[in-house]
Ligand binder design. Structure first.
Ligand code: NAD
Length: 338
């Protein structure tokens, strides 16, 4: 079947990953990269992957040879670019976070529905084998009734970015909540997949090492309607660390990653259902493949082949958690009902 011809918006850290992963599947052809301020190495990428470079997003939307757009622009652009792209008749895959508010996410998903298209979302973790195994272990009852989940996913990748980089701007339209929009929103997506509808959020942020007002500490606690408690915390000023632990009334399961997803480091999945005994499986997992598998599933879903793993409700709920996190942390950790 003919590949879906797409434009990737934004050629920063993740735009490059998306172009590379898209090159691994016959289902996609990246014809254009559009970036108003492209990095110096974009010509190397163009030579390697064969895309042409544009600076005007609207011009790309007017191009009838482009079927869809993959948005890897800074967070504040996701909502307007998604709406404009659906309006222009394109397919849309949007990086996380979809946007900053639950209502905004609903507007995006309503636009997808009105266009008769499936909105893609950049939570490739759901397509990573060890994460699939973690989710399966929780869902198949191995650890009994799920009681709580605890995650810490920290890294210091953004520590050396200049003060005025969008990643260090805690404004609610840019990147509030410390590392939450970096690593946390992937984790609360998995919380929503496992535990269902969120009921209440309490969150704190702080500035420990960064220059204020940038936030480098975040902690969020989500209570789900089914009674499951889930907590995520992260520091933006310590070397890479990643642990996801789920506790049930008959055991626990824990996934530990040795490095960031694009560093292709091993991940260790440990299960214990008997006191003092545990078994560990080691996985090799790559961002290249999990991002590719997510893109493939998005293309397939738009061709009526298979169901995309993300429901619109989960995508809206996760964005509502993000919005509530900002509100709660600005209010000194007050509970915010959803
Ligand atoms: N799925 C993941 O695991 C993952 C990982 C990293 C980043 N991301 C997401 O990808 C997005 C980009 O993050 P990044 O780390 O690549 O950022 P970045 O700052 O490295 O790159 C952003 C790029 O977008 C360009 N840009 C700015 N305005 C634009 C516009 N209006 N249209 C098109 N391009 C524009 C910038 O010039 C820059 O080259 C963010 O939403 C981020 O959350 C996802």
């Amino acid at each position: 079947m003919k590949p879906m011809t797409v434009a990737v918006a934004g050629y920063g850290w993740w735009g490059k990953q998306l172009v590379k992963s898209a090159s691994l599947t016959p289902k996609l052809k990246v014809a254009v990269v559009v970036d108003p301020k492209p990095p110096a190495d974009i010509q190397d990428g163009s030579n390697q992957f064969g895309f042409r470079v544009e600076s005007d997003f609207d011009k790309v939307l007017a191009d009838k040879t482009i079927d869809g757009v993959i948005l890897a622009s800074p967070n504040a652009f996701h909502l307007p670019q998604t709406l404009a792209a659906f309006e222009a008749g394109k397919y849309v895959f949007c990086e996380k976070p979809l946007t900053m508010t639950g209502d905004g996410a609903k507007v995006m998903l309503d636009a997808a529905k009105a266009a008769g298209k499936v909105l893609g979302i950049g939570h490739e973790l759901r397509y990573l084998e060890p994460v699939e195994a973690l989710i399966d272990t929780i869902k198949n009852g191995t650890i009994g009734r799920l009681l709580s989940m605890e995650v810490n996913r920290s890294h210091d990748t953004f520590r050396t970015l200049p003060k005025d980089n969008w990643r260090k701007n805690p404004d609610p339209t840019m990147s509030p909540g410390g590392l939450y929009t970096g690593t946390g929103i992937h984790q609360t997506d998995i919380f929503c997949l496992i535990a269902g509808e969120p009921a209440e959020v309490r969150a704190e942020t702080d500035t420990l090492v960064y220059d204020p007002p940038a936030e480098d500490y975040v902690r969020v606690k989500v209570l789900f309607k089914n009674g499951v408690h889930a907590m995520y915390s992260a520091l933006s000023c310590t070397p890479y660390y990643s642990r996801f632990t789920a506790f049930g009334d008959k055991g626990w399961v824990e996934l530990v990653a040795e490095g960031a997803i694009d560093k292709n480091k091993p991940m260790h999945l440990t299960v214990s259902t008997v006191p003092g005994e545990r078994s560990t499986r080691v996985f090799s997992a790559t961002a290249d493949n999990s991002v590719k598998d997510n893109l493939d599933a998005w293309v397939d879903a738009n061709r009526g082949q298979g169901t995309y793993r993300f429901t619109p409700q989960q995508m809206i709920d996760n964005t509502r958690i993000f919005e509530a996190l900002v509100k709660s942390s600005r209010g000194g950790g007050v509970p915010v009902k959803l």
